[in-house]
Ligand binder design. Structure first.
Ligand code: CU
Length: 699
């Protein structure tokens, strides 16, 4: 954890100094595995694994630039700099995964458990071009576990852990076994977890928040003369995940992932090459426990990714790298008929038919240390995004939806975008303890397949087409209860970002970091209001079409950490404070942007001796007042919650932990949780008090 918080905490600074250290070091042959593994297992306050349940995104809970748009218990969408989901570049072992669902129920981080995470890094705002394109808000980079290599005798490793949470009967069983010698490394990582619906601060059950998932991965790595070759195979299965802010739930999501990666010398060049493939089978319907009616929906996707980058010219003070990335993504999305329902039969509703979104990218990046106090990172990247999809059909030719179908099928649907990204970061070392980084960036993103190609509602008169309004409500990864239709003529979004970071590090263990940023997003993909329902069960629901509108987002993130006391008998004390503020609105003044996290902060006190670790935390969130008017977004109230945790290490192998989350059983609404569809379209309530016990055994 020490390593993680250090890397995350430095954010922009990462790009200039630590970034080159970490990523270059990882890229070279001899330093790949062991350093970070030690860190994640053995250091730093309460361990991430005992602190986080369900969602692996929670591992970034000490990073002020990252927020969570919640939905299902393991499928939160990351939010950085006021934008979410596809606008945040998430890479697991260097590979991105596209959400394959009209509600984005299966984002990249839903396929790994926090037990598998070795290191997780957040880079808000201006991401170096070599780490990815086709995204705006920042990057989250995850490296999964790996048993490493030994420097002498071979060794076996093993870890078994179990976590129980009282509020929602959360149970997590995880296991790892591994073997490593000088040049071979084999590991298995598995997690099985489940939770019932959680209770809010009034002890009322928040229905449709239960989930189950199991996750298995195998990794084999071999040290070669000039590098390291690794193979990973993973399978994730979610038999059930309730979505409190959607009209249906996930009843199955099965994914197989294959990854081959080489890091080391290619000829004389330090290089990274990876090839990966993922298949996803996704099925949604309504969980029978609470809802009557059926809404079966299927999605399957295939994604293949090839990345190759090399350091072309390297000296003591300068490094120039170049690379290519190719991403082939295909998707089918269809909804089977429900017999007896006139508007939903007799045909399959074909939402996306053999949709393709392929990307070809090329980038060049240079890092130069000009003198002892000034360095730059300059990069340029081109992403060519090519999209197409086949003909579609509605449930029938009477009520759902012949006019939309005929119109969509008559359109030219092939689209190619050429997107340019550019970054320029300048770091000035003011003194031994102070540093400033100024960054200027241009980042772009092409629309996703659902934004461009969903079609129900394109031509229908929504006032009289109830079945079409239902189709539209199925397209919604915002959790706002509204309905959406695509727009084939959408242009890519282009963000121009200006950011500045100030860092202070004292010899006495104090660290301060503050990052204000300002971004102007040309052609931000928002929505235009088409219709507000005035009758029936969907009264008040908004029906919208994706549309480009210029937007502005600005904000500030800050953190302070201080190792303020070191004692003989009570160990080391650290206090940490984090805060973030974001504001986002459309330039035409029509609306504020949806789901902007209100001002929030955290205060964390840690104390640790060699055996004990203790933690107290207060989380404060201001009222959400700035909301998207066109989406009828609800406001939420201010709140504060407190958590306590303790962890004790018995000998060398056993660790036990106890946490009390939401100690005062405070009732509050989630500011980025969307609408609670089942319980009267109100905001979604946060989780009430929970006692969490953990047991960990390290071989
Ligand atoms: Cu789904």
């Amino acid at each position: 954890m020490m390593n993680k918080s250090k890397v995350c905490g430095l954010s922009l600074y990462v790009l200039m100094a630590v970034y080159s250290g970490v990523v270059f070091a990882e890229g070279s042959a001899d330093t790949l595995p062991t350093v970070t593994i030690q860190d994640s297992n053995k250091t730093g306050h309460l361990e991430r694994r005992t602190r986080t349940q369900g969602d692996s995104l929670k591992a970034l809970d000490e990073e002020p630039s990252v927020q969570m748009q919640t939905g299902g218990g393991i499928s939160s969408l990351p939010v950085m700099h006021g934008v979410s989901s596809d606008r945040v570049n998430v890479k697991v072992d260097g590979v991105g995964v596209t959400a394959s669902c009209p509600n984005h129920m299966n984002p990249a981080l839903s396929y790994i458990s926090s037990f598998q995470v070795e290191a997780i890094t957040a880079i808000p705002g201006i991401t170096p071009v070599s780490l990815g394109g086709d995204s705006l808000g920042g990057s989250i980079l995850v490296n999964t576990q790996h048993p490493g290599f030994t420097s002498g005798e071979s060794r076996y490793s093993g870890q078994f852990s179990s976590i129980y949470g009282s509020n929602e009967d959360y149970l997590n069983l995880s296991a790892h076994v591994g073997f490593a010698d000088l040049s071979n490394s084999v590991g298995y990582y598995g997690t099985d977890e489940k939770a019932r619906d959680y209770k809010n601060g009034k002890s009322d059950i928040v229905k449709r928040t239960a989930y189950e998932q199991n996750n298995h991965s195998l990794v084999y790595a071999r040290k070669l003369a000039d590098g390291t070759l690794s193979f990973r195979v993973g399978r994730t299965a979610v038999p059930k995940q309730g979505f409190v802010n959607q009209y249906m739930d996930m009843l199955e999501n099965t994914a197989m992932k294959y990854n081959v990666k080489y890091r080391g010398l290619l000829g004389t060049l330090k290089s990274d090459v990876s090839l990966s493939h993922q298949n996803v089978d996704h099925y949604m319907d309504k969980l029978r426990d609470y809802s009557s009616g059926q809404m079966p929906m299927y999605t399957d996707s295939k994604e293949t990714n090839l990345l190759a980058k090399s350091h072309l010219i390297s000296s003591q003070t300068s490094d120039t790298s170049a690379g290519v990335e190719v991403n082939f993504y295909s998707l089918n999305d269809w909804w089977t008929p429900v017999s007896g329902m006139g508007g939903m039969s007799p045909n399959n509703f074909v939402n996306i038919n053999d949709g393709h979104r392929d990307r070809y990218a090329f980038f060049v990046e240079n890092e130069t240390q000009w003198n002892s106090s000034y360095s730059t990172n300059i990069g340029a990247r081109v992403d060519v995004v090519s999209m197409d999809t086949g003909r579609v059909q509605g449930y029938n030719n009477t009520s759902n939806a012949p006019a939309d179908e005929a119109y969509f099928n008559s359109l030219e649907r092939n689209k190619t975008d050429v997107n340019y990204d550019m970054t320029w970061l300048n770091a000035y070392q003011i003194s031994e303890s102070q540093k400033i980084v100024l960054g200027l960036g241009r980042k772009s993103r092409s629309p996703n397949l659902y934004e461009r190609y969903t079609w129900a509602g394109l031509q229908s008169t929504l006032a009289t087409s109830n079945p079409v309004r239902m189709d539209m409500r199925m397209i919604n990864w915002f959790g706002d209860g509204n309905g959406y239709v695509g727009n084939i003529n959408l242009r890519p979004e282009v963000s121009h970002i200006l950011s500045a970071s100030y860092f202070y590090q004292s010899a006495q263990g104090a660290h301060i970091e503050i990052t204000p940023y300002y971004s102007e997003i040309q052609d931000y993909i928002d929505a235009d209001l088409k219709y507000i329902s005035t009758t029936g069960s969907d009264t008040g629901v908004r029906y919208l079409q994706f549309a480009n509108h210029d937007a502005i987002i600005f904000g500030t993130e800050a953190s302070v950490s201080w190792d303020f006391l070191q004692t003989e008998s009570y160990g080391a004390f650290n206090i940490k404070a984090l805060t973030s503020f974001t504001r986002g609105y459309r330039k035409d003044g029509v609306s504020d942007l949806y789901n902007q996290m209100p001002w929030n902060g955290k205060l964390i006190l840690n104390q640790e001796t060699s055996k004990w670790k203790n933690r107290a935390e207060v989380h404060m969130v201001a009222a959400k007042e700035d909301v998207s008017g066109i989406r009828n977004e609800h406001k939420t109230g201010a709140y504060a919650t407190a958590d306590l945790g303790t962890e004790y290490k018995w000998g060398t192998a056993f660790t036990t932990s106890l946490q009390v989350l939401n100690v005062f059983d405070t009732q509050y609404d989630l500011p980025l949780g969307g609408k609670d569809i089942l319980n009267g379209k109100s905001p979604v309530a946060g989780k009430g008090r929970s006692f969490v016990v953990g047991l960990n055994y390290d071989l």
